[in-house]
Design a protein around this ligand. Structure first.
Ligand code: ADP
Ligand code: ZN
Length: 520
């Protein structure tokens, strides 16, 4: 961006949005869009994705189109913009006919700067036709990861947004999302026809956030009370897996003298709004909530998030703990989890009508979450690596950094897994790799049976090998290539792998039966 247009953009940021300066990658993303080029921006939740398209929409001639899947968030955003004096409106299934007509009049008079639409609304042929008569400044596609059928949020209509490339040539399109590992980024690029669009991937680090996780005893209810009581007089959010769970926990916290409230989708709207307002205004309240709580809630001084029940995925985990410490002051994310939770999450997938491929990806996501929670590696670094960040250092703040867990020394076993993965050259998935280590492959090829790693792993159970493989994936020593839903295991970071081979890097892990035989 030229100095002049940067100044102009900064001026709009100050005058319209009230922020003193750009954060992170905002200025770079805006420069790309201002230059009329397509772009993909991956910024963490709360990272300020909206101004990346709002400012170009205000500065470039024409109407800025924002495609968003969440009507509730759309309504919030538009209300905020209108309050800030921006000519913004939305068209969705909840808009009244008179309001629609008025909005179209403004669109066609060229007096509207920003229009929010749902994907299915936009994709109606008459809508596209009518919009093709109007000069557009930018097309922003929010929550772009919804295009990926591998994720939790897949929305089939997002697949069709690719046609916008052909329908509106010359209009810069900006895809934004908070969650995009390398695979999802590829899906977004392909699904939205972004071609050679530049990618802007922000660091996912949250230096103010200290993460920890604990295996829970029983329901974990007592531990949650203990944790919350120790954080009395600070605002916090406690996530529970069920509506009943939130009610029960809130009641127990109240009995212990904490200003706690339950929040879930089963409460009537008035009560929910009252509780939300009370929470936002309070500097000590505890919100005990299902994940219905959070979308669009912006309370900067949440000091802790406790997961009384674990989140659904690493994406959900980061988003939920990420609601703490938005003001940049120290905050905590504490997760309680148990083997039963994982079994439940896997069983739940069994009950869903999913293709084999999608199911395999979802199963892997559950495993990865629990490998993270149960693993001994730096939690922050593991999450950041998961989101595709490279060259990530340990955080020095999480429980594992501060108190490295003492597991069994599995360096030798890690060496076995790594050399097996190396010899098999990324051709096998987890199950086959374990069979190979155990020497239990049915009818192995002469090549496989002849490898020195075939059958070297009798000392661990299949379950422990799997756990170790998951851990090595998290530590970046192994890499899992999704391979259309049949993941294959290959070597990860070459430098780190060499360090393990040479014995310079030890690998510790937990086993179901204590320590491996022969390890002293
Ligand atoms: P996202 O959509 O990435 O989660 P938003 O666009 O809603 O994030 O922005 C999150 C918060 O950060 C909002 O309160 C917004 O006003 C604020 N924000 C955005 N950009 C800046 C900035 N440059 N400086 C300070 N605050 C900002
Ligand atoms: Zn750490």
């Amino acid at each position: 961006m030229s100095d002049d247009s940067l100044k102009e953009a900064q001026e709009v940021l100050r005058r319209v949005f009230g922020h003193p300066g750009f954060r992170g990658l905002q200025a770079s993303v805006i420069a790309e869009v201002m230059a009329g080029r397509p772009a993909l921006a991956v910024l963490p939740t709360g990272g300020g994705k909206s101004v990346c398209y709002q400012i170009p929409a205000l500065l470039r001639p024409g109407l800025g189109l924002v495609v968003s899947p969440l009507i509730a968030l759309m309504a919030d955003q538009v209300a905020g913009l209108v309050q800030a004096g921006v000519a913004a409106a939305r068209l969705d299934s909840l808009t009244y006919p008179e309001a629609r007509a008025a909005t179209w009049a403004r669109i066609e008079a060229g007096t509207l700067d920003l229009l929010y639409v749902s994907p299915e609304g936009l994709l109606q042929p008459w809508m596209l036709e009518r919009l093709s008569q109007v000069p557009l400044s930018v097309i922003a596609i929010d929550e772009a990861h919804c295009v990926s059928q591998w994720g939790h949020d897949f929305r089939p209509e997002y697949r069709q947004l690719g046609q916008l490339a052909g329908l509106f040539p010359g209009v810069p399109r900006l895809a934004v999302t908070a969650t995009a590992d390398a695979r999802t980024r590829r899906d977004i690029r392909e699904g939205l026809h972004l071609g050679e669009a530049r990618e802007f991937v922000a660091s996912f680090d949250r230096p103010e956030l200290a993460l920890s996780a604990e295996r829970k005893a029983g329901t974990g209810r007592r531990r949650v009370l203990e944790l919350a009581k120790a954080r009395r007089d600070r605002p916090g959010v406690i996530y529970a897996g069920s509506r009943d769970g939130t009610e029960a926990l809130a009641a127990e916290l109240c009995a212990a003298g904490l200003p706690a409230m339950a929040y879930h989708a089963g409460l009537d709207r008035d009560l929910r709004e009252r509780r939300l307002a009370e929470f936002l205004a309070s500097d000590a309240a505890v919100m005990v909530a299902t994940i219905a709580f959070g979308m669009g809630v912006d309370k900067p001084d949440v000091r802790y998030v406790i997961h009384a029940d674990p989140p659904a995925s690493i994406e959900a985990y980061w988003q939920e703990v990420g609601r703490a410490g938005r003001d940049g002051e120290p905050a905590e994310g504490i997760t309680l989890y148990g083997a039963a939770d994982m079994a439940w999450a896997l069983r739940r997938l069994d009950g869903q009508a999913l293709s084999d491929e999608v199911r395999a990806v979802q199963v892997r996501k559950v495993r990865q979450l629990y490998a993270l929670l149960d693993g001994g590696a730096c939690r922050t670094a593991a999450v950041r690596r998961y989101f595709g960040e490279e060259g990530v250092a340990d955080c020095g703040r999480c429980d594992n950094c501060l108190n490295p867990p003492k597991g069994a020394d599995l360096t030798l076993q890690a060496q076995k897994v790594l050399s097996a993965a190396q010899r098999l050259n990324g051709r096998y998935g987890r199950g086959r790799l374990v069979e190979h280590l155990l020497g239990k492959t049915r009818e192995p090829s002469a090549f496989e049976a002849g490898l020195s790693t075939f059958g070297v792993g009798a000392e661990l159970s299949a379950g422990d090998w799997r756990g170790l493989i998951d851990q090595l994936i998290f530590d970046g020593l192994l890499r899992e290539d999704p391979n259309e839903g049949r993941p294959l295991i290959g070597l990860g970071d070459a430098e780190a792998v060499r360090a393990v081979y040479r014995g310079e890097r030890r690998v510790e892990g937990r086993l179901s039966q204590g320590r491996p035989p022969g390890s002293g």
